[in-house]
Design a protein around this ligand. Structure first.
Ligand code: PMP
Length: 388
């Protein structure tokens, strides 16, 4: 039904030149042009993750595969892992780590909140953990954790950290080397700005050392860094290599998207996400929409919002009729009570304003007592006062 704006927390709207790269003729995975491109992608990922000495891995797969690559290479049966659970994707990591035989201790926060730094510090001191696993932004709650402080707490104690950045990377500040984070992992389809299909991960030197000291190789051949590390090193050195056929067109598209990010500059990219998220939050407050994430925990990449009294998910149909696609709830405890708005990637103020306008129309169609324009006016005021 014509054009509509995809404002879910991934996949998102992609830039036309990124999509064009998906449509170009597929080169051989050992063609010189592709080797150049793959090498550049790996170097650019280091810059975007702020990990000058990190080792990037780019493989075909979704974000869950990136989560699994970290687990498969770093965790062995009996390893103790502290998991900070802030929602649905924390639950997923718990299930996954359990499959790898880890002894997982969970710090579970109430829906919309995150474990406090004091709680985490006490748990880390009590535990003799090999690793701590954290979701940077949980897509089911819109909660962002304090990745910088958490990484430091673990690093001071020599504990490895794995950050799931699938709903955060390139939308929220993350400085992997400066903060001492060992794994930052993500997928292509969110703020990285490329259609679904790529699992991306950057490992610190410490993480690679821990992998080298394993007692046994990972059970999964596809995920084993022993297979992928020589491939990544070869492409970066301008040489062909092969383990599993790389998704050539997706990597061409990633090259385009990463160059957009670096042309804008990561500081500017993060600031733009914050500015647009603040405008969205001003609108939600003016419309009486309560955030699932508590104050101070709200991510800049998405909003998770409770429906007002008397409104349910049928509202999203009216929003879609107004031209904007939003997402329903995901967290099992509150699934039917809230909806989610993604605001990440190559987004401009107009995209956010169009979304707020469509939410207003949906609320009115659902019978909510709001005044059309209140959310838009609040967002416009916020945009006018915040620096570009
Ligand atoms: N972690 C987080 C925080 C996510 O948001 C998602 C996807 N929504 C995943 C992991 C899993 O990624 P994928 O769906 O690409 O497997």
């Amino acid at each position: 039904m014509g054009r509509s704006l995809l404002m879910i927390p991934g996949p998102i709207e992609f830039e036309p030149d990124v999509l064009l790269a998906m449509a170009r003729k597929t080169d051989s995975h050992v063609a010189p042009d592709f080797i150049d491109c793959f090498g550049r992608v790996l170097r650019n990922l280091r810059e975007i993750f702020r990990a000058p000495n990190g080792q990037p891995f780019v493989v075909a797969g979704s974000g869950t595969l990136a989560m699994e690559m970290a687990a498969a290479n770093l965790i062995e049966a009996g390893d103790r892992v502290l998991l900070l659970n802030t929602g649905y994707f924390g639950d997923r990591y718990a299930t996954m780590l359990d499959r790898y035989g880890a002894e997982v201790t969970q710090l579970r926060a109430a829906v919309g909140s995150a474990p406090s730094l004091d709680e985490v510090e006490a748990a880390l001191d009590a535990g003799a953990y090999k690793a701590m696993v954290v979701t940077h932004v949980d897509t089911s709650t819109g909660v962002r954790t304090d990745a910088e402080a958490l990484a430091r707490l673990a690093r001071e104690r020599g504990i490895l950290t794995i950050f799931d950045g699938v709903c955060a990377t390139a939308g929220e500040r993350f400085e992997q080397a400066a903060w001492g984070a060992d794994i930052y992992l993500t997928a292509s389809q969110k703020a990285i700005g490329v259609p679904p299909g790529l699992a991306l991960l950057v490992a610190s030197e410490r993480a690679l050392d821990a992998w080298r000291r394993r007692r046994e190789p990972p059970r999964s051949l596809y995920l084993d860094w022993a297979e992928w590390l020589p491939v990544m090193e070869a492409y970066e050195a301008g040489r062909p290599s092969y383990f599993g056929t790389p998704p050539v067109n997706l990597i061409y598209a990633l090259d385009v998207s990463l160059r957009h990010l670096l042309d804008e500059g990561m500081e500017a990219v993060w600031a733009r996400h914050r500015r647009l998220a603040e405008a969205a939050r001003a609108a939600w407050a003016a419309l009486g929409l309560r955030s699932v994430a508590e104050p101070g925990h709200e991510a800049n990449t998405l909003s998770a919002l409770y429906y007002p009294d008397g409104v349910d998910s049928t509202m999203l149909k009216a929003v879609a009729e107004a031209g904007v696609i939003l997402a329903g709830g995901l967290h099992p405890d509150i699934k039917t009570r809230y909806f989610r708005v993604g605001h990440m990637g190559a987004l401009r103020a107009n995209d956010v304003l169009a979304t707020i306008g469509a939410v207003e129309q949906g609320l009115i169609a659902a019978g909510a007592a709001i005044s059309a324009g209140d959310g838009l006016a609040a967002a416009q005021r916020q945009l006018a006062t915040s620096k570009r």
